[in-house]
Design a protein around this ligand. Structure first.
Ligand code: FAD
Ligand code: SIN
Length: 534
């Protein structure tokens, strides 16, 4: 089982990981790990765009205010101001790397800016309706061209290497790298470095229905927690209002920009009020209210009327306008026999974004020396109780850069890794019942959807906690006795994350942002983070 030593280890090859790698590679050698393909994270799937103040009529103050309103005041103002002020420079860096943002439609406008829920101004730069793919391609191209960056796919990080794993025990919690299951050799490698950056994305797959890719199993949050990091606001899971409802295609997002460009949410025909818009009944901002409000309104109408879905309709716009703005969605839905220029799209809410995560400071530092984090795996203070649309890619670029800069600036004070113990497989055998892993995966996702979803109650949360306690015994037992596999690693992490979400949700005795409970409908006067310590 090989042990390799690098300057810096980056776990994750999405927007956060590659941004950090490209900055660090100016003077350090970095290895970037992905647990599957290099473009397998959420970044590649992002549709709407990236929020930044780029229009003369807009202001940093307005972007800060919109972020804080969406976040129901739970955001950290200093973080919000930092990220918002860094946004224009982040967009310039991406443009310099070759991201082909759509040009402005009016003379003198550099970029076309679209609008999404919760934004008081047009401020989203985008590449048609497939911004994330364009970003992923440009970042990967730059990383591949850089001799200081080694990209390694099919390496599933399973636990951080801390001073506990040193040949001589030291209790300072320093992180020296990561143990990772190599899918090609089927063994666990140890990768050591002076600094490690967690960029592993979110935990959407904790839920049965999610817009996130298969690998969004919260590995980074679970690894950091086990290593000794605090996590915060794990109860704040964002549900996107408009995921395509289709029995075959289960997680295709319909970007919020469809509503930003005039799309309406309507009740489907055949029920009282069928064909009519319902958002005006829920919020004066109508379809462009923040996501938590729109998702709850849809959930309410679906439950009230016993529906499978509601309709999102943009067919009142000119067909050329629709095709021009949403070419990916138009083509994908036409394949499913839905012509969005002529008919509405059936949509339902689905889990979309993990607002909580590993606590970091403005330099991307976690609680543990040597460990940094950036992107969806973190709780930086930016999103608070509900993320404002298109603020998350932005967070990846800003904190990927900040972590890299801090490491470079403090390089001489980062100690070399000590000798560590290799992964010990001497007391485990091959798993005997794969069905346990598969069954438990499904069970977690099902009860999280049913009991820890858009509308919560204490009783449902307690039911979920009970299920987690039962499963924990089974999973710990299986993990302790059998050789690790990617599915088992992810199952253990899913369960850990589910436990953190439920614990945090039970702790919050109010409704705020994404945490809405029928037992505590009011919002308390003070906005207080839910911080869990290991
Ligand atoms: P990701 O891009 O998810 O990358 C995670 C990386 O970590 C991957 O390389 C993965 O292989 C690796 N990894 C994970 N676990 C392990 C492990 N155990 N070992 C090794 N590697 C591991 N945000 C916006 O701002 N604008 C949008 O328009 C937008 N649209 C979205 C649309 C969809 C459908 C989805 C799902 C999300 C969207 N988001 C959007 C959110 C945004 O895309 C993500 O928050 C962001 O891309 C996360 O980037 P990241 O670098 O943190 O992680
Ligand atoms: C979308 O395009 O609706 C997603 C935007 C986001 O998640 O920020």
């Amino acid at each position: 089982m090989p042990t390799t030593t690098h300057d810096v280890i980056i776990i994750g090859s999405g927007a956060a990981g590659l941004t950090a790698a490209i900055n660090l590679a100016q003077d350090r050698k970095v290895v970037v790990l992905a647990k599957g393909a290099l473009d397998g994270g959420s970044t590649n799937w992002a549709q709407g765009g990236i929020a930044a103040v780029l229009d003369a009529g807009d202001s940093f103050q307005a972007h800060v205010d919109d972020t804080m309103v969406a976040g129901a005041g739970l955001n950290d103002r200093a973080t919000v101001e930092f990220v918002v002020s860094e946004a224009p420079a982040a967009i310039d860096r991406l443009a310099a790397l070759g991201v082909p943002f759509n040009a402005g439609e009016d003379f003198g406008d550099r970029w076309h800016l679209t609008r999404e829920g919760g934004h008081s101004h047009r401020r989203i730069v985008h590449v048609d309706d497939a911004t994330g793919h364009a970003v992923q391609v440009a970042l990967l191209k730059a990383a591949r061209a850089n001799p200081n960056i080694t990209l390694v796919e099919d390496m599933v990080a399973l636990d951080l290497i801390t001073s506990r794993h040193g040949e001589r025990y030291s209790g300072d919690g320093h992180v020296w790298g990561v143990y990772a299951f190599n899918k090609k050799t089927k063994h666990v490698d140890a990768l050591l470095g002076r600094a490690t950056i967690l960029c592993t994305g979110g935990a959407g797959r904790t839920y049965l229905f999610s817009t996130a890719p298969r690998g969004a199993t919260g590995d980074g949050i679970a690894m950091a927690w086990r290593a000794g990091c605090r996590v915060s606001n794990m109860e704040m899971n964002q549900f996107h209002p408009t995921c395509l409802y289709n029995l075959e295609v289960k997680n295709f997002l319909i970007t919020e920009a469809v509503r930003g460009e005039g799309g309406h949410l309507k009740l489907p025909p055949g029920v009282p009020g069928g064909g009519e818009r319902f958002m005006p009944r829920f919020d004066p901002r109508e379809e462009l209210a923040p996501r938590d409000i729109v998702a709850r309104a849809i959930d309410h109408e679906i439950k009230r009327l016993g529906l499978d879905y509601v309709h999102l309709d943009i067919s009142h716009k000119e067909p050329e306008f629709v095709k021009h703005h949403f070419p990916t969605i138009y083509a994908r839905l036409l394949d499913l026999d839905i012509d969005i220029t002529k008919e509405p799209i059936p949509v339902v809410p689905a889990q979309h974004y993990t607002c909580g995560g590993v606590i970091i400071d403005l330099d991307g530092r976690t609680d543990l020396p040597g460990l940094y984090a950036a992107g969806e795996v973190t709780e930086s203070g930016l999103h608070g109780a509900n993320r404002l649309a298109s603020n998350s890619l932005l967070e990846c670029f800003v904190f990927g850069e900040a972590a890299a800069q801090h490491i470079r600036a403090h390089w001489d004070s980062l100690p070399l890794p000590p000798p560590i113990r290799p992964w010990d497989e001497s007391r485990v055998t091959n798993g005997d019942e794969e069905v346990i892993v598969q069954h438990n995966w499904k069970e977690i996702r099902r009860f999280m959807w049913d009991y820890v979803g858009i509308v919560r109650t204490t009783k449902r949360l307690e039911r979920a906690q009970h299920r987690i306690d039962l499963l924990a015994r089974e999973v710990d037992d299986y993990y302790g006795n059998f050789r690790v596999t990617p599915d088992l690693i992810e199952l253990r992490n899913l369960l850990e994350v589910a436990r953190l979400v439920v614990r945090s949700a039970l702790h919050r005795k109010e409704s705020r942002g994404l945490h809405y409970t029928l037992d505590y409908l009011d919002m308390l006067p003070d906005a207080i983070d839910t911080v869990l310590s290991p």
